[in-house]
Design a protein around this ligand. Structure first.
Ligand SMILES: Cc1cc2nc3c(=O)[nH]c(=O)nc-3n(C[C@H](O)[C@H](O)[C@H](O)COP(=O)(O)OP(=O)(O)OC[C@H]3O[C@@H](n4cnc5c(N)ncnc54)[C@H](O)[C@@H]3O)c2cc1C
Length: 406
């Protein structure tokens, strides 16, 4: 028998972005149903997502104002310095938190902890229902409201369907929303590295010809490594026995943190750029990797998504206070217009840096050697990498407090 459910908003996908959106939307007073095909206990397991995220200072403030940072703070490592260098060169770009005050540039936190905090918060809220192990099979937006058909005979009616279903978004595809796509032909090997010496809160972004190699500080004498190689090399490395894998790792990592060892398991992520040409359709809106996904070299895609959903929930709440329909294109178009320029810049910059450094082409080699000094002085790269510290001055909404005057 068909079970009929009703909500203001249905969120498809309970990854980092969908689950954070559900928290914000529920705080703003919306009745939310969030579904994911995975089991929510699996989603927070260490084995599900081995990545750690660099969270910008501005986004930390958003999470703080909305009562999520208190729990996350137990697991974070502040980023105090960022060093950007090229393999084989002794010079590097250096960004120190002291240049902008006493606050850190950002915070490293393992994704499993972010997911745990977001889920625990969702479960406590009375106006959110989480259906894990549920998959959307079809949807319709034709008859007044959005209708989502789930695999186990549930049908959800809502004013807005939020697609947070990742880079291969089925909702985006079925809505005929066009998107640009580029295969970087690179794989990011993600692993945790235990080292003898403390990292002193320094994040390293080292550009190598096959791809960037990022050493990102975690609590204690541990770092999260994002090691980018061509797809073929990455496959070979991941098949090595652990002593041989550690040997290859040491060759690239160096000995500046003393002896090192990788802590299994290792994960792999094939890297692709994808950007939807439109973030909306009637009663549909895209967020997270469903809207845009880019190269992880600056660790900013989730950060950009936090900015997206903050703007989106704020706009939806203002509409609903005025008694207006939250699913019509008028509101959703404004969200697109507001967030697209910044997301375009992020994608352009990450793609440019990846192609500038990941090549043996002698002209590019020359331009990056001279360019690295120039960008250090121009402040261009500085602004980009220090976006970890960005958005300090934005108006940060507390979603439970938005009213007609705010
Ligand atoms: C190596 C690497 C390092 C990164 N580091 C950083 C960083 O330091 N800082 C940063 O800001 N960003 C970083 N990013 C980017 C960031 O991790 C992603 O942008 C973010 O995780 C995307 O989350 P999401 O919720 O949009 O998508 P996903 O995590 O893909 O979640 C999508 C969810 O939808 C569910 N789903 C899919 N289809 C259906 C369906 N039909 N029905 C029901 N459920 C469905 C899936 O089960 C999944 O749980 C990194 C990315 C990579 C690859």
């Amino acid at each position: 028998m068909v079970e009929k459910l009703d909500a203001d908003i249905t969120v498809i996908g309970a990854g980092l972005v969908g689950s954070l959106f559900a928290n914000f939307a529920a705080d703003a007073g919306f009745k939310v149903i969030i579904i994911d095909k995975a089991n929510h206990k699996d989603l927070i397991k260490n084995s599900f997502d081995g990545r750690a995220s660099a969270i910008s200072f501005g986004n930390k403030r958003i999470l703080e104002v909305n009562n999520l940072w208190g729990e996350i703070n137990k697991y974070v490592q502040p980023i105090l310095e960022i060093r950007v260098s090229e393999e084989g060169s002794n010079s590097y770009l250096h960004f120190d938190h002291k240049e902008i005050g006493s606050d850190p540039l950002g915070y490293m936190v393992e994704n499993r902890y972010l997911r745990k905090v977001f889920f625990e918060s969702i479960i406590k809220k009375k106006n959110v229902q989480l259906f894990d192990e549920h998959e959307i099979t079809d949807f319709s937006t034709l008859n007044g409201r959005g209708k989502c058909f789930l695999n186990n005979s549930k049908v959800i009616d809502s004013d807005l369907i939020v697609a947070a279903d990742g880079i291969k978004s089925k909702i985006r595809e079925k809505s005929n929303i066009e998107f640009i796509e580029k295969d970087y032909r690179q794989t990011a090997i993600v692993t945790t590295v235990k080292h003898e010496k403390h990292h002193n809160g320094i994040a390293h972004e080292r550009f190598r010809t096959p791809g960037p190699f990022a050493i990102l500080p975690l609590r204690g004498n541990m770092s999260s490594l994002v090691w980018v190689e061509s797809n073929i090399t990455a496959e070979k490395l991941l098949k090595l026995e652990s002593n041989k894998f550690n040997f290859e790792l040491e060759k690239r990592f160096g000995d500046f943190l003393g002896s090192i060892v990788s802590v299994p398991p290792n994960w792999k992520y094939k890297l692709k750029l994808s950007h939807a040409k439109q973030y909306y359709q009637h009663r549909i809106v895209l967020i997270g990797d469903a809207a845009h996904a880019t190269h992880p070299l600056a660790g900013q895609n989730f950060n950009a998504s936090i900015q997206d959903i903050t703007s989106l929930v704020y706009m939806l709440k203002k509409k609903s206070i005025l008694g207006l329909d939250i699913g019509i294109v008028d509101t959703l178009r404004k969200y697109d217009k507001l967030r697209r320029p910044s997301n375009d810049r992020l994608i352009a910059m990450t793609t440019f840096l990846n192609s500038l450094f990941s090549t043996n082409n002698s002209i590019k080699k020359f331009s990056r050697r001279t360019g690295i000094a120039l960008v250090q002085n121009s402040g261009f790269a500085k602004n980009f990498f220090m976006n970890y510290a960005g958005n300090k001055d934005i108006n940060i909404p507390n979603f439970s407090d938005i009213n007609i005057n705010s």
